[in-house]
Design a protein around this ligand. Sequence first.
Ligand code: SAM
Length: 235
Amino acid sequence: MQLSAGVRERVAAVHRGAGLSELLQRYDGWAGRYERDVAALDYRAPYLAVASLAFAFPSPPAEALVLDVACGTGLVARELHRRGFRRLHGVDGSAGMLELARGTGLYVQLQRCVLGREPLPAPAGRYDAVTLVGALGEGQVPSSALPELLRVTRAGGFLCMTTRCNPSNRRYRAELEAALRDLEQKGAWQRVLEQEVPRWERATSEEEENGPGSGYISGVIYIYRKCPVPPPELG
Ligand SMILES: C[S@@+](CC[C@H](N)C(=O)[O-])C[C@H]1O[C@@H](n2cnc3c(N)ncnc32)[C@H](O)[C@@H]1O
C-alpha cells in the first residue's frame, strides 16, 4: 500500500532540519495522528527494542524501575507492559506527546524534559533500565546526551537505544557510534548487543531506502550495561 502524501509530509517535517524548539512544536502538532501514521509506516522500533531489552534483562521485570526517554505517546510503554515491566517513568520534550502518554495510564510518572538542553529530572543511579527509542537522530536527541542517560542508570543497569540507518541520518549515526565506543573505552558501560534490522520502517522516499526497491529503511538496536565503577569524569 502506498504511503499517503500526508504521512510522508508529517514524517519528513520532523526529520527536516529545524531547531529543537521548532521540532518539538511539530511533534505537538503531530501527536494526535502519530500512532496512526507510524502504523502506516510499519514502525516496529518499540517492539524490536523492548524485545531485545527483555531478552537481556536478568531480573524480574515487574520490580524494575524503567525510564522511557523521549517516550512520545507511549508506544514503548505498551511493549514494556506486555513484557511484564510495570514501574515506568517517562520524559519527553513535547507537551502534546506527553498528554497522549498520560492518557495510556501506563506511566507512574511523566515529566517534560528537553534532552541536550536540560538534565534528566532524576538523581544519579535511579533506574534499572533506560530506553530511548526513535529519538536518537539528526536534529532530535544529540549524542552528547548519552552521559546523562548513564548518570540516571544504576550500576549494572541497562540502556536500550535505537537509531535509523537511512542516508540522511548517516552522519548522526557515525557520531552516535563514536560516542558509544568512547564511553565503552572509558569503562563507563559494556556493549551487550548491537543489531541492525533491515526492515525497520517504510521509507518515505526512494532516496532513503536501504536498497533499491526495498521500500524500507534499516535501523539499529543498541543495548549497553553500565559498569559498576564509573570513570572519574562520569562518577
Ligand atoms: C519518533 S518519536 C518516538 C516516540 C516513542 N519513543 C516511540 O518510539 O514511539 C520521537 C520523540 O522524541 C521526542 N524528542 C525529540 N527530541 C527530543 C529532545 N531533544 N528532548 C526530549 N524529547 C525529544 C519527541 O517529542 C517525540 O515524542
